[in-house]
Design a protein. Structure first.
Length: 139
């Protein structure tokens, strides 16, 4: 089957990201597949059809980090272009607290290869992608 694009406009992907904070530290996951800047990110991803932000955050945190979370509040809204995929991520970052704290990465061969509970002030000093830098600064 052949696919073609009617318009050159980027496909908008709705995503949510969990800023999981515990004792002044944020959970960061290392993704070697990120193309620009530091490769740290937070758990999260695209929402499934008819899925609420809270449900998507809880699902993604469990899938990617193996932990249960409580969603507290919206921290930031943002857009981030991925021109090599012809996508624009339309995202929201939420403050979350961990219910369980023992991180177990989903599949280091597939996506995230390590994690760190990093002090928020140290995370603010990293050369992160713009959406994550903005979201951490908005905490």
């Amino acid at each position: 089957m052949n696919y073609y694009r009617i318009s050159m406009e980027a496909i908008r992907q709705l995503v949510v990201k969990a800023l999981i904070i515990n004792d002044g530290k944020i959970l960061l996951l290392w993704d070697p597949n990120i193309r620009t800047r530091d490769k740290w990110e937070t758990p999260g991803g695209r929402k499934k059809e008819n899925e609420s932000d809270d449900s998507a955050l809880v699902r993604e945190a469990k899938e990617e980090a193996g932990i249960d979370i409580s969603v507290e509040r919206l921290v930031d809204s943002w857009e981030f272009p991925l021109p090599w995929k012809n996508w624009t991520l339309v995202g929201k970052s939420y403050l979350c607290t961990p219910i369980t704290k023992d991180v177990k990465l989903e599949d280091p061969e597939k996506q995230h290869t390590k994690y760190e509970w990093m002090p928020i002030e140290k995370a603010k000093e990293l050369d992160l992608v713009s959406w994550l830098k903005g979201s951490i600064n908005a905490l």
